[in-house]
Design a protein around this ligand. Sequence first.
Ligand code: FAD
Ligand code: NAI
Length: 475
Amino acid sequence: MQTQFDLIVIGAGPGGYIAAIRAAQLGLSVACIDAWSNAKGGPAPGGTCTNVGCIPSKALLQSSEHYEHAGHGFAEHGIDVAGLKLDLPRMLARKEQVVRQNNEGILYLFKKNKVQFVHGRASFAAKLDAGFEVDVTGPESKRLTAKQVIIATGSSPRALPDAAFDEKLILSNTGALALGEVPKRLGVIGAGVIGLEMGSVWRRLGAQVTVLEALPDFLGAADAQVAKEALKQFKKQGLDIQLGVKIAGVKAGAKVVNVRYADAQGAEQTLTVDRLIVSIGRVPNTEGLNLGAVGLSTDARGFVPVDHDCKTPVPGIWAIGDVVRGPMLAHKAEEEGVAVAERIQGQKPHVDFNTVPWVIYTAPEIAWVGQTEQQLKAAGRAYKAGSFPFLANGRARALGDTTGFVKMLSDAATDEILGVHIIGPMASELIAEAAVAMEFKAAAEDIARICHAHPTLSEAMKEAALACDGRSLNF
Ligand code: FAD
Ligand code: NAI
């Protein structure tokens, strides 16, 4: 087997596998090393996203939403479902099958693009005159060399001090996606993206869910109006979300977990649950990479330091995705992967962090791109705001899902779109129009003048654009 390459990519998550494919498309000889194994010990490329992140969580969100609709939502459509029963093993097996299809899809793409995939754990061995030596241990142990290296090793869940993940009672995202039965009482620490998505899955399947969040504000990164509506909807669904708490200790017994905490008023409380998900953010994966062998070290927060172009301080070594600064999102990792591959070939791509969309796949879905209203106010920027509720959208009424709104923010003088915030049906798909518009520096009026098909949810985007000039037609 070939051992010398133009480029080695460490990690086959969305950052690494996409970087490897793009580099190969551009004519480089590429090896991509990944440590993830499936249940049979075989390779499982795709990283956190494919194996225990984006893909399995969306599979379970879909299945659990079907279950909830069958139980509650279908009746208003005149569909009575008698004898509704949850087959959790089958639901989990489907999720696993979706994951496997994605693993296999990536292996196929490697073959198609002539990327050499190596299954094992990589660590730097040495810096050479013109390149680097990388050792692989595991299923395929070997030493490889390359002129350039991309570190795309991703991130791992952050544990609470003194409450290690056992994946039986105290769960990270990995355990939260594979519970063998629906817990009666589920605790979630951290009301971030994972807490809300996984809390929603298990609530829909029958768990009584309590979410404990340290910050006093709910979803602080989202537009405040969206966050307020989201909190109202989640509480209405039965998620018990407590803000401003301080966790004092977590103790797992034989069958239950006790969480001691001070509530927002400072009163001491104990929450007893059958399972506890801890979703308080993630930490970059650099352990075992032996960065010192090539003269690299991590920054104070454990990330591999990079400039805007994903260059590390060591020429020839790049880093992308969750292991570097910026949002921990699969599509951000992918964009950085493509950009680095193109930079290695002398091209000058650009990744605009301001147009990276955010999506939370709860019901209602939440999605945004660009600046929030509170950010514009803090920056002293003069802006116009236009909102349109799904209640006034014909398609949303036909769907029977009229929660939420689209809100557009545009510059007061130039009308350039500065941010779009959506809570409601298919927000995850609708946000793409806003990202495209912002990439093209469109004005709200540009969207307002584009013909949108009727009846579609996308008409709410057009109406929000019209509302920026106070001229909504349907509200
Ligand atoms: P990763 O996907 O973490 O991949 C890194 C890979 O490198 C892994 O396969 C790992 O095994 C491998 N690796 C690490 N060290 C080594 C080594 N030394 N040698 C060899 N291989 C190594 N993002 C979204 O955009 N949308 C979502 O819907 C979404 N949902 C999520 C749901 C959950 C539950 C979680 C946990 C995350 C979710 N994310 C989502 C975030 C997303 O998964 C990450 O941002 C994304 O996976 C980061 O990609 P990456 O390529 O940087 O790293
Ligand atoms: P997060 O950063 O989204 O949320 C963590 C939450 O935990 C925050 O609200 C934080 O204030 C809170 N917290 C931190 N310490 C705490 C403590 N001691 N006690 C109580 N609360 C505490 O992180 P999360 O949910 O773990 O997800 C990690 C990353 O994965 C996210 O940043 C996101 O980028 C990515 N992700 C993306 C998804 C998507 O795009 N739909 C889905 C899931 C994850």
